[in-house]
Design a protein around this ligand. Sequence first.
Ligand code: LMR
Length: 403
Amino acid sequence: VFASVPEAPQDPILGLNELFREDPSPHKVNLGVGAYRTDENRPYVLGVVKRIEQEMAADTATVHEYLPIEGWPEFRRLSAHLVFGADAPALREERVVTLQSLSGTGSLRVVAEFLAHFYRPGTVCCIPQPTWGNHKNIFPRAGLPVREYRYYDDANRGLDYDGMVEDLEAAPTGSIVVLHACAHNPTGADPDMQQWQGVLEVVRRRRHFPLFDCAYQGFASGSFERDAAAIRLFAAATPPLEMAVTQSFAKNMGLYGERVGALHVVCAEAAVTRAVMSQLKQVARAMYSSPPGHGAAIVTRVLRDPALFAEWETEVQVMSGRIMRMRRELHQALQENGTPGNWGHVLTQIGMFSFTGLSASQCLYLRERYYIYMTSNGRISMAGLTSDKVRYLADAMKDAVLH
Ligand code: LMR
């Protein structure tokens, strides 16, 4: 019966991991997936996480019961504080529904299905061009067609703010608009606060529904507060704006495989939150029943304890600091080896990635000739680059550009 099942293409990001694993070359470099590595090219377990895990292992009271469908109450409350700020009006007015879910992707999938059922029928979901590849999978599978809005100006290697606002203005009234809260993936180009204000105005005027994908809080500026500024601007708007936020702890707490995250739906009034939560629970129950507990227990302990929280923030700064150093070193190496072109964007882009501007065929050349793995849109994960590979990468890039 499965004879006619066509083989699906490999995932453009996670599929690279599989190819990388199979590659026997001793020179191979994995700059595909956005996963932080130490300068010794090892996965990094945060010190604060390691300590908590040791305490949990020693605690004889630790059990492995099911979590409620909606997740741990304390995790939900504290993760909402992290995104919106503890004294946010929307939280004070009890207008936010928070569901613990499976990191960013799971939260997106739940909200997509919820919106497909309960938001305006026939609505489209506007996503930036370019965006994280999985957005194009998640929304259509939940029944929401996607349409792209201009976001990035290839020629200037920066945000195409005018194009973005024009396209959001022209999108059908009441569209869902996916926005990257900070450290836009893959471009590393974010609106400044004045531009966010402009986006807010067009979203409000056109009665769109903003959906913030928040996967890198702390990684853009090193400050959790600053990286949530766009979300907080929208959430504090008066009269209240209905919106949603999907939050991941994969990158900022290094808990990639634990699938820790939350979906926050901001409602216009507290009266509707009970019904909204009941429907989100229905979606989650049918999809995966209840969320995993281990990672959420770690996150909760960090968020509840000011000393652990401060330690976490310092560790995030260490990670983002190493990424910034890699940017400087790569930029310098590209200058020194005389790679043709202007590479200033390697320095100025924000977050885990650099959107190099290399073409798909140049990316393939780098993989085949130099065993350097990166996504075919020219994105390299700066978080996967290490000091000993900077020169190798810069020389390979030079060859690819001249080839
Ligand atoms: C990435 O963009 O590399 C990460 O968000 C990992 C993923 O799931 O794609």
